[in-house]
Design a protein around this ligand. Sequence first.
Ligand SMILES: C[S@@+](CC[C@H](N)C(=O)[O-])C[C@H]1O[C@@H](n2cnc3c(N)ncnc32)[C@H](O)[C@@H]1O
Length: 192
Amino acid sequence: MTNALSTRLDFLWAGLLKHGQTGGIVPSQRFLIAKMIAPVPESYRGQIIELGAGTGALTLQLAARCPGARILACEINSILVRGIKRRLTTAGYHGRVEVVSGSAELLLSEIGQRGMAKPDFVISGIPLGNLGREKVGRLLDAIQKTLGEGGMYIQFQHSLLDQKNIRARFQHTRTVPAFLNFPPAVVYYAQR
Ligand SMILES: C[S@@+](CC[C@H](N)C(=O)[O-])C[C@H]1O[C@@H](n2cnc3c(N)ncnc32)[C@H](O)[C@@H]1O
């Protein structure tokens, strides 16, 4: 089976079994991924956090774009974690990119305890629209607190439901459509 096919099947299966948590049945495509990772300079050598890595569609592109960066990603679905780890090893990114099996909430709460420097970028595909108001509020607060001063939170969604919530927590926000993705999406860029 080709890598592209196994990626799609893994995600389709996750989407069918846990639709609310997965937020779709196809991984993000290149137009959306390009918009998501564009603000991270190719020469960036710091820490990037990715929340909800799924099959690693974005993680792999990000690792290729920023060879000097350290990427710490989390994914709540342990079956998807197995697939992403395999793909990262095949691509030769094992070591520079770490994937942890668990929730974004847990990872964000542990970052301080790991003694890590605050990241300049938090990139997320978590389906906020399916989480419920209080959970979204807590997650956005944790992201805001975790980011370094001037750092950027980048989030894609398939609706504008959480635009107000994001604007309420970040000084500068921008919303950009990604019409060529299926399904169409918007990308939020929110600067601390
Ligand atoms: C819409 S998919 C995005 C996947 C991938 N980033 C992409 O662009 O194709 C959302 C992913 O977030 C994961 N997820 C949902 N809630 C999560 C949480 N609280 N913590 C970590 N991952 C979560 C889901 O399992 C799913 O793989």
